[in-house]
Design a protein around this ligand. Sequence first.
Ligand code: GBH
Length: 469
Amino acid sequence: MTRVFPEGFVWGSATASYQIEGGATEDGRGPSIWDTYSHTPGRTLNGDTGDVAADHYHRWREDLGHIAELGLSAYRFSISWPRVQPGGSGAFNRAGLDFYSRLVDGLLERGVRPVATMYHWDLPQELEDAGGWPARDTALRFQEYAAGIVEALGDRVHTWTTFNEPWCSAYLGYGSGVHAPGRTEPAGALAAVHHLNLAHGLAGRVVRELAPAAELSVTLNLHVVRPASGSAADADAVRRIDALANRAFLGPLLDGAYPADLLADTAKVTDWSFVRDGDERTIAVPLDVLGVNYYSTTLVRAWDGVSARSDNDGHGSSAHTPWVGADDVDFLPQPGPYTAMGWNIEPAGLTELLLRLHREHPGLPLMITENGAAFDDVVTPDGRVHDERRLDYLYRHIDAVGAAMDAGADVRGYFVWSLLDNFEWAWGYDRRFGIIRVDYDTQERIWKDSAHWYRALAATGRLEPPAGD
Ligand code: GBH
């Protein structure tokens, strides 16, 4: 069935600094935790690093051309903290600020709305050396960084997003260690959760003050958690994971407090004494829009402590769990189909998530800030990439967004992840999410079929089933 999206619905695409820019040591950029991590043997697949990536630092003008050619109404990018403030505190780097200033102006000239993320995981290494996100001071440094970039770019940026997926920064960075900085400290992961939330609140207030016309948002990777059975024990496993994954952020951000069950569940890990009086009020700065990243769903059961655990527990290559304090929860494999990441494809989960947010936080506008899929693309002799599985994934998920809107959810836009193939973190260049292919030998950009299809969608707002569907 053809679905027509409302006039003004935003069609965008998203990227992140470390994943596309390269230019890792140029024009005064300092090192980030991802430079250190990716250069540490054994941390990323094939030892891949973001040193060159998609060379966007030099090819930004060409990439703006692709964005314009696609007819996107918005582009979501992230600012590299160590490019604009190399040591994470003190002096700002003019050349770095100028890079983003030119990018923003280039978007505006082409009629594309800039949506800037302040932090998509590249913490200046000096701040990690001083303790990283488990240290409260990092949140204060973030406030200073936010003031510098908002002063420089102000309300030329339409939407300021403080953080991308703080879940990943906290639990993968400091819990399982499969992301930089690779630490495995359960209490540190929860302290990181709090300091990321706090940093959001502090930076949010900076946006309100220095760029009152800009929108304020944060992007979360909320988990759609389902029970393996109807048992009370499995329902409780869902509750616990929902607390760690979702309510640890939604609680303070939207309701002004951490959920009591989260504090109780994790009491053996930490007493949460890092939460000081007034912090929760600081965090709850009103949002204009909540960014939602969605890829897949999560299936859990209570673990009896005896039977074999599933190996699909989200630990990646690490022996440590990101799910700190939830050792009695098991993560189960799910029915396919799967993407090349091994993630199950389930569009209905996106509808469910949007409707939950609509129900629990009525009146809060939502934006899909990431959705997309990695597949093993091949370039055919005609020089094209017939990525029909990605195209089908996008179609089904955008349709799922439409279904949620039909049921009342206030969704303002959709950003496909990603504009370009890029450095997929621990998986390096092995996994390709782009609607535009990057040939890493020549840096040539090739539109995949999904890009042509997305262009038509952005032009008309009419979602047609792909041929053969
Ligand atoms: C996003 O992360 C990132 O924002 C982006 O940079 C990245 O390139 C893109 O997605 C593709 O990966 O619940 O532990 O079992 C998404 C990260 C994906 C993290 C799903 C959690 C489930 C593993 N999330 N993943 S777990």
